[in-house]
Ligand binder design. Sequence first.
Ligand SMILES: [Fe+2]
Length: 249
Amino acid sequence: MNISQCTPTPIVLRSGPQRAVLTDLLTSIRSCRNETYALWEHSLAVAATARQLAAQLGLSRELRRLAYLSGLLHDVGKSAMCYATLFKPGPLTTEERTYLRLHPQLGANMVQDLKTPEILDAVNCHHELFDGSGYPFGLQATQIPILARIVGVADYYEALRESRPYRPLACTHSEAIGIISTLAECEKLDPMICAHLEVAVGPNSKEPVKLFERFSIFFELSVSYSARPSVYGSTGTPSSRMRIPSGSG
Ligand SMILES: [Fe+2]
């Protein structure tokens, strides 16, 4: 089936219960951070790259939007996990690694109320690998939903471009593209999607930066925070570290 011809679930975000659910989910992501890793910043970057990849692949406007939202929400399950393990600076034990691998399914449970199966599948399957060696289900190739494959590639690229406790120096764009190409060659990541990555994240991307959408999300979050200061406390205030990822849209 031609991906661009499939009909996605319409998602209503400007009003109604889906908007309230989305606001709560975004607030959870926003609160998940420490000194060296902010899930919100990573999620914004993954969302933008996922949408750019969807555009390069010729997907419909609605699927591009779903790719963006799936990127925003892909790691929402981490916000419900033990922060001491999530942000542990040293190597993880086998038990801790197994625990952190629960985040896709935790996230899938959290996004259920959006009633958007494409997003649920993308959140649940974003760590599946093209050769079947991923988790949680060991799906392979086109068994993995297209948005999950797109978000998976975007997640890998953006993770390489960020510094992490275990890798203080972020990769350059060229280094990251080289690593992704290797992962595509050995079929860890979908080669067809990876082939579009360099253009998708470069200056000739088909998808222009949509600042209005970004700022509407910031506004939505600020309303949400001011409404519930006692729940989120000091971690709920806008971060001075917040940035709009460059070259994304
Ligand atoms: Fe993840």
